[in-house]
Ligand binder design. Structure first.
Ligand code: TTP
Ligand code: MG
Ligand code: MG
Length: 411
């Protein structure tokens, strides 16, 4: 799509490479090139590691021999892999895989926990670096952004490759981290292109390359086509984007509804006019945890209660740090058989207070089945508004007040 002034619209999607793992490799450069996975709960062995060999806690400088790092084969417990270095991915290990399965695939991988503070620090740093070069940037989460290259000096050269390389180099100089970019006519195509040359790659995509480079890809590569839509398309014999593009729009509307059908059609033809939004507001904030062992609502009531309260406190701290209040309190429960339920409760007054969140989440919990053991618990606050220009936080109304200790409830 031509932009004003005869310039081509050039949109980049930038995504950090193996982000959480790369952040750990900055701390432990001796692990570079080795299979490393991030995941699981922080354990005693990790605390020892942070203390360093001399117990001084000088974590930046102390050198820990590679042989002293904990290995996946010795990992006891559960949880999933958050991310893996590219060396570990060669063994088939990747995000969302259970630790036990990963240990079978790559027992020699080193396993480290997530350091969220450090991850957030680097997230801010790389985004600040980009914004100094190309100010029209949309924050899309911890490790990715969209950038409008159209009017930035160098943004048109070689289809955006020159500016992409400059940004890559600047991020590396500021953080020591690598990233990959896709530059394309719009966000939809840029997002797909950023995966083409990972890690440390730049892929430039032009409109006329749609058929050759996009249509052979699986429909699931379209950001927004999830597992369910992907399966539904597959049931109709549509697996590639090219096959989707060959479908009549009317047929898609008939089977997927008006909005989704039209969107599927446009996406398959590489069309997307969404602007890069510099001020995107978060919709919700949540925290969840997978337990070390399945917990029972009654028998493990005390332990569950403590975890539940801690999750509420963490979400409240996130809201407070970022300056948001929310009205929609929700919980997520995953049972031993992996089935998942959610329950929601809307508050009369938006809040960022841990006790108010805990109380509303407790009400949600009372409406959820609790006969089966639980493997995961999550707390979410949605319907967010900014504390500065949104509704001011006022004391909760009586119906929202946390009940005294006699509050009924399982934990
Ligand atoms: P991704 O960008 O999806 O993955 P990545 O940066 O680790 O690897 P890639 O080079 O393929 O981009 O996610 C960014 C971070 O978000 C990732 O390092 C860890 C975290 N994450 C999770 O916590 N859970 C998940 O299921 C995924 C996919 C990522
Ligand atoms: Mg990434
Ligand atoms: Mg990402």
């Amino acid at each position: 799509m031509p932009a004003t002034g005869g310039k081509l619209r050039r949109i980049a999607h930038l995504d950090m490479d193996a982000f959480f793992a790369s952040v750990e490799l900055l701390r432990y450069p001796q692990l570079k090139g080795l299979p490393v996975v991030i995941g699981g709960a922080r354990r005693a062995v990790d605390e020892l590691l942070l203390q360093g060999p001399d117990g001084s806690g000088g974590r930046e400088r102390c050198f820990i021999p590679v042989a002293d790092f904990p290995l996946l084969k010795d990992y006891v417990g559960r949880g999933v892999i958050t991310t893996a270095t590219y060396a570990a991915r060669q063994f088939g290990v990747g995000s969302a895989m259970g630790m036990m399965k990963a240990a079978r695939l790559c027992p020699q991988a080193i396993v480290l926990p997530v350091d969220f503070d450090e991850v957030r620090r680097f997230s801010r740093l790389f985004k600040r670096t980009i914004a100094e070069i190309a100010p029209v940037m949309e924050d899309r989460g911890v490790d990715e952004v969209y950038i409008d290259f159209t009017d930035v000096p160098g943004g048109q050269r070689e289809g955006g490759r020159v500016l992409a390389r400059l940004i890559q180099k600047s991020i590396f100089q500021a953080t020591g981290l690598t990233c990959s970019l896709g530059v394309a006519p719009n966000k939809l195509l840029a997002k797909m292109a950023s995966e083409f040359d990972k890690p440390n790659g730049v892929a430039v995509l032009y409109e006329h390359e749609l058929q050759q480079r996009i249509w052979p890809l699986a429909c699931r590569k379209i950001n927004g086509i999830g597992p369910k839509a992907g399966e539904k398309l597959a049931r109709h014999g549509i697996t590639t984007i090219g096959e989707l593009a060959a479908c009549q729009k009317d047929w898609l509307v008939e089977h997927f509804g008006r909005a989704t059908g039209a969107w599927l059609h446009e996406s398959a033809w590489g069309r997307d006019s969404r602007p890069v939004q510099t001020h995107s507001e978060p919709v919700s904030m949540s925290r969840e945890t997978t337990f070390e062992r399945d917990l029972h609502a009654v028998r493990d009531r005390r332990e569950l209660g403590a975890i539940f309260t801690s999750l509420c406190e963490q979400v409240a701290a996130d809201l407070q740090r970022k300056g948001y209040v929310g009205r929609g309190i929700g919980i997520k429960l995953r049972y031993a058989d992996f089935s998942t339920v959610t329950r929601d409760h809307t508050l009369a007054v938006p809040t960022q207070d841990a006790a108010a969140i805990r109380h509303a989440a407790g009400l949600c919990l009372k409406r959820a089945p609790l006969t089966q053991r639980l493997r995961l618990l999550g707390v979410r606050v949605g319907g967010l508004s900014r504390l500065d220009n949104g509704p001011r936080q006022t004391p909760p109304s009586s119906s929202d007040l946390p009940a005294p200790a006699s509050q009924p409830g399982l934990f």
